[in-house]
Design a protein around this ligand. Sequence first.
Ligand code: ASP
Length: 595
Amino acid sequence: MLKDIPCGEVTEDHVGSSITLAGWVHRRRLHGGVVFIDLRDRSGLVQLVFNPDTPNAYQVAEQVRTEWVVQVKGLVRRRPEGSENPALSTGAVEVAVDEAVVLNQSLTPPFYINEESDVDESLRLKYRYLDLRRPTMQANIQLRHKVVKYIRDFLDTKGFLEIETPILIKSTPEGARDYLVPSRLQAGEFYALPQSPQQLKQLLMVAGMERYFQIARCFRDEDLRADRQPEFTQLDLEMSFVDEEDVLSLTEELYLTMMRTLVPGRNVPGPMPRITYDEAMARYASDKPDLRFGLEMSDVSDLAAQTDFNVFRAVLNSGGIVKGFAVPGGGSYSNSALRELEDFVKERGARGLAHVRLGTEHSLDDLTESDVRMASGLNMHPQWAAQLARQMGAEPGDLMLLMAGAPHAIHAALSALREEMGHRLGLADPNTLAFAFVVDFPLFEWDAEEERWNSSHHPFTAPDDDQIHLLDGNDLGSIKSKAYDLVCNGSELASGSIRIHRRELQEKVLRLLGYEDSDIQERFGHLLEAFDYGAPPHGGIAPGIDRLVAILAHAGSIRDVIAFPKTQRGTDLLFGSPSPVSDAQLRELHLRVVE
Ligand code: ASP
């Protein structure tokens, strides 16, 4: 090795010994004729001191610039009293250098590596190898390693086998578009990159592996919505002979112990609640609620029906609902603050936002006209406001926010508003990780645009045993499934389900999803055939690794915890991909690019 120990590990124990170190020049300063260099490697920083009385080394110190790579040899000594730096692991010591060699020079980097300055992201991505040198990014990538290692060790103790599955495969749908790879040897035919190893892990259960996991790369060609990557990493796992609770409790134990080990300072309430999908939608208007705070929803359609307010009337008459939540202390919000909130929900697809503000003068029992200020047009008696307040859990001094519409039309905006208010009121403690399982998802959801049923999760999810008969009816939307999600602080971290393991049921579900019989055979024949050979009951889950590490690292984006991510437009700015290929390559692949 070109170094004896890592820079960040030089401590008082080394005082008096001569050591060799190597790393990057993090910072250099001249002070009273002496050159100080902070030398950096992955482990951290150590202070080097160069004195003119060791002229060779001193000359090197004068010449080097930030990010040059150097090797030094010197004596470890205690720093002079008063100059210790308690913020550094090496802050009590310094190295008096007597030999120094430049191992490589560096151009001036396009951005500071030794400062947490706000650098344009496209510049960071183009020079990712420099961006990754920055201490926060180093910490993120190290944390990611620890997460993955923890998962591997944990699952090993639980009897799981890590098994690799192919990347060149056939479409295994998760509701996105496939990435296709043309075959050179079989003209006109294509592989698909897996959207997940879903069918492969199910086949491994048929194969008797019983407990499988993989740190799996998944590929989904989606129009990139906020903070998604075309390729991302999941902990993919599958177990045989289990029911839902077996998968949930294993996942819960993994997450709780991992959090306590890797981020012991974070507040992680356990046990993790199990909330049904219906309850989550009713109470939080979201299937991935942020449970760090209340601000729970109330359906106040009954009270709304007592008003002449046009907006409410029209919605209620067409079968919609009026729903909202109380904002503690929001009674003093100004009209312009409320208009701003209305703009916020309109940007998220809502038609409007009604409100009722309560003053603090009187209790709910004796509210007067002057205590209540309502959205214009909502001219109701103070007693109505008091009733509303009781139903919504509001107190004098609070604000009640209401939206009207079909549930699916208002839930997204209501939930975004709830999260926004939670953050504004400082209720979303950044140190808390509020995990929960959302269970009993619907099996299907109606796609109004395409006029067909889609799977809520994926087509391999089993319906509830006592609801299988409903597959023959015409109320498919009411069928509950054995699907579950793990959520945390308003994000979905994992999805999974108990699977269908019988051919007839799988075929029936695929038909209800609109697949023709020939299609079913062509696309899923291999899986259906496998089910004919003693497929065991099985189920699993697939927690996303990127999002988890981002939450643990307090990173603003999953791009900050992926070594080489792509931009929102799916571009790799470092390699410059995607990029054109030569005509010869196209010919070999039997492809022609059409303008
Ligand atoms: N394959 C599913 C997904 O990628 C996860 C699962 O059902 O295990 O979301």
